[in-house]
Every structure is written in structure tokens, then in C-alpha cells.
Design a protein around this ligand. Structure first.
Ligand code: NAD
Ligand code: GLY
Length: 361
């Protein structure tokens, strides 16, 4: 195993470590201190199980280890699939001291966390994220959920894990498109809160695209540092945490318009971040040069930099109106005051927004 970096999400009695390193899953005993009882249920899916399940369970010889293998895909992130987790827990007589382990990307992580929040009114769980998006974003911060036919992530809970174990070696098997989608969330941290990291990303974009291990380890660490700091300040998104949604209002509208079929989440977020940057420029906050830097970096990561042509402004506005950040009917957006400084605001000219949504860049 190479170096293991440990960060902390500082939430008082709910604090927990994030361990980041190559080959962590093969480290004997790494998971054991975070498991209090004798029972474990590993939740994973049909794609990840053949790749990493055996490695994980081999590290838990002294436990009753059960597994549940879910179907793969966002379309299965629902209450029916959640029930498969509860079925297995009850069939195998798991008690209140059991620990659930989420082995997978954001879909498995969000569902396992929500199952842990609900089973017998709350049991422990551990995040073992295996996508870049999950390692830099979804496994940290305790947002857990399933989708409802009428809205994404609408049924869920804030529920923190005991620890996050991000083995960067697992990213070796991640398809390129999924990897690039995760890079969008990495770039997000530079834009919202860490201008130095943005500069570093510009210099290291080629190394990241080549999945160079040191560059990747730095990107995961720096992203998690930013996320941990923001979540520690605002666990339940009463304020600052909302900046983590830069580009998401535009991005969710793109995903919904395409019925979650065409673009991956990170791809839609990438386009949404350029749109948010352009609106910030139109408002006189961001310089043209900085807005172009953002677009160039995302293009270098082979991510889309604007919404597809077939979504008109009216559809966009209608879809953005159901965003979770809408308060009392007022649309709030995450915009950039400058590179590395995001704000959540409703203080923008709606004509400006309409002009932006009508332009095809
Ligand atoms: P995902 O979980 O669907 O994983 C993407 C694909 O990669 C899947 O087919 C999966 O089986 C496969 N895969 C995972 N790890 C692999 C590996 N190591 N090798 C090969 N294939 C692998 O998607 P995602 O992008 O990880 O997560 C998206 C989900 O995360 C969405 O549901 C979104 O709502 C949620 N999310 C949650 C938060 C949060 O804070 N909780 C934040 C962002 C996103
Ligand atoms: N991904 C947004 C958040 O965790 O708040």
C-alpha cells in the first residue's frame, strides 16, 4: 500500500475520518476499527461485485458478512431497490449493532446510507466509494436518498457514516466517461472555494486525464478537504453548503429534460458551471478571461461546456423552478463573485437569465 492520507469531517460527536490512498482495500484490518458489532452487510451492485467484493469481505474474517447485490443504474435508485437491502437485513437477522458497507458509486452510497438511517431507526454504515464522483463528493457529508418518480433524491436523510475509505486504485477499472464526469465535481471545488486548486488543475489537467496516480491522489485529497470543511460548517445545508451545488440548477434541468438518459450527472454539471459563470460575467462579477479559463479547463477534461441545443429557454426556466434551492417561489442560484468565491443568491436580473438561456454559445 502507498501513503494513506487521513482527513476529518469535523461534526462533534458525528465526526469521522476520510482515508484516501492506493490499495487501501487490500490493507488488513483497515475497516475493523469502524465496525462495532459482529454483523456486516455489504451493499454493492452487479458491476462492482465481481471486481471488489471478494477483496472487501476477505478483510473481515471475524465477522458475519452478508451481501446484497443490487441492479446497476440510477433508474434503480428507488424505494423498491431499497427494500432489497431491508429484506436481506431481516432474512439474516441483523440487529441494531450491525454495520452496512456501501461498496460502489454514488447510487450505491446514497441508497446504503439511507437504508442505514432507517433500519431499526438507525445503524452504522461505512462508505467505500469506487467512482471518482463518489470519492470526491457523494461519500462525504451524509446526504443519503433515493429518487421518487416525481423528483431526484426527494426521499432521504442527512445521516453521516462512521468513515469513508477511498481506495484510488479502484478507479483503474472506471470507464473513461464516468471518470471524466467525476472530474467535473473536482473542478467545482476550485471554482467555489479554492482558486489555488483551480490553478493547480489547469497545470495538471493532462496528468489527471492520463489518470496519473500522484495527480489523482492530490485531486481527491484537495476535493475532500474542501468538501469536509464546507460540510463541517453547515451539515444540513442551512447556508454555505449550498455552494456545493454550483452548476447543478442548470445541470438538473438538462438531466431532467433528457429524462436522465443522455448525459451523465457530471457532464450536465460541467455545462451548468459554464452557464453559471457566464451569468456571473453578465452581472459584472466575473471577468471574460476567467469565464474562458473555466470553459477551457472543462473542455480539456472533455466535458460539455453548454447545454444541448434542443432545450429552449422556457423549458429551462420551468425545470429550474423545481430546484431544491427555490425558496418561497424565488429561484436562487449559485454564482461566482470571482474564481474561487461562490455565493448563493436570488439577486440577479431575470432578463439576464432569459438571455443566457436563449443563447446557444
Ligand atoms: P454510479 O453510482 O451510477 O456509478 C457509475 C457507474 O460506474 C455505474 O455503472 C457503476 O456500477 C460503475 N462503477 C462504479 N465503480 C466502478 C469501478 N471502480 N469500476 C468500474 N465500474 C464502476 O454513479 P456516480 O457518478 O458514482 O454517482 C451518481 C449518484 O450520486 C447520483 O445518484 C447522484 O444523485 C448521487 N450524488 C450524491 C451526492 C451526495 O452528496 N450524496 C453528491 C453527488 C451525487
Ligand atoms: N453534493 C452536494 C452536497 O453534498 O451538499
Amino acid at each position: 500500500m502507498s501513503t494513506c492520507i487521513t482527513l476529518t469531517v469535523d461534526l462533534g460527536e458525528r465526526s469521522y475520518p476520510i482515508l484516501i490512498g492506493a490499495g487501501l482495500l487490500k490493507t488488513p484490518g483497515l475497516l475493523v476499527p469502524y465496525i462495532s458489532g459482529s454483523q456486516v452487510l455489504v451493499v454493492t451492485n452487479e458491476t462492482i461485485a465481481p471486481l471488489y467484493l471478494e477483496q472487501l469481505t476477505a478483510a473481515l474474517p471475524a465477522h458475519q458478512v452478508d451481501t446484497v447485490i443490487l441492479p446497476d443504474g440510477e433508474k434503480y435508485k428507488n424505494l423498491d431497490t431499497l427494500n432489497l437491502i431491508f429484506d436481506r437485513l431481516l432474512e439474516q437477522r441483523h440487529n441494531r449493532t450491525t454495520t452496512l458497507i456501501a461498496l460502489g458509486g454514488g447510487v450505491v452510497g446514497d441508497m446504503t446510507g439511507f437504508a442505514a438511517a432507517c433500519y431499526q431507526r438507525g445503524v452504522n454504515f461505512i462508505q467505500v466509494p469506487t467512482t471518482l464522483l463518489a470519492q470526491v463528493d457523494s461519500s462525504v457529508g451524509g446526504k443519503t436518498a433515493v429518487n421518487h418518480p416525481k423528483g431526484k433524491n426527494m426521499i432521504g436523510a442527512f445521516y453521516q457514516p462512521q468513515c469513508v475509505i477511498a481506495d484510488t486504485t479502484t478507479l483503474d477499472t472506471l470507464p473513461d466517461r464516468e471518470y471524466r464526469s467525476g472530474l467535473a465535481e473536482v473542478v467545482k471545488y476550485g471554482l467555489i472555494a479554492d482558486a489555488d486548486f483551480f490553478n493547480w488543475l489547469e497545470l495538471n489537467a493532462d496528468a489527471l486525464m492520463a489518470r496519473q496516480p500522484e495527480a489523482l491522489a492530490t485531486a481527491v485529497r484537495r476535493s475532500c478537504e474542501n468538501k469536509a470543511r464546507i460540510v463541517s460548517q453547515d451539515e444540513r445545508e442551512g447556508g454555505i453548503r449550498a455552494i456545493l451545488n454550483l452548476g447543478h440548477s442548470f445541470g438538473h434541468a438538462i438531466e431532467t429534460a433528457q429524462s436522465y438518459c443522455d448525459w451523465l450527472h457530471g457532464e450536465a454539471v460541467a455545462a451548468g458551471m459554464v452557464m453559471a459563470a457566464e451569468l456571473s460575467r453578465l452581472l459584472g462579477w466575473l471577468s471574460l478571461a476567467d469565464r474562458q479559463r473555466i470553459e477551457r479547463l472543462l473542455a480539456k477534461c472533455q466535458l460539455p461546456t453548454w447545454a444541448p441545443d434542443n432545450i429552449d429557454a422556457k423549458t429551462f426556466i420551468a425545470l429550474m423552478a423545481v430546484d431544491k434551492k427555490v425558496l418561497d417561489g424565488t429561484l436562487r442560484l449559485v454564482l461566482l463573485k470571482s474564481l474561487g468565491h461562490a455565493v448563493v443568491t436570488s439577486d440577479f436580473d431575470t432578463d439576464c437569465l432569459s438571455r443566457l438561456l436563449s443563447s446557444k454559445e
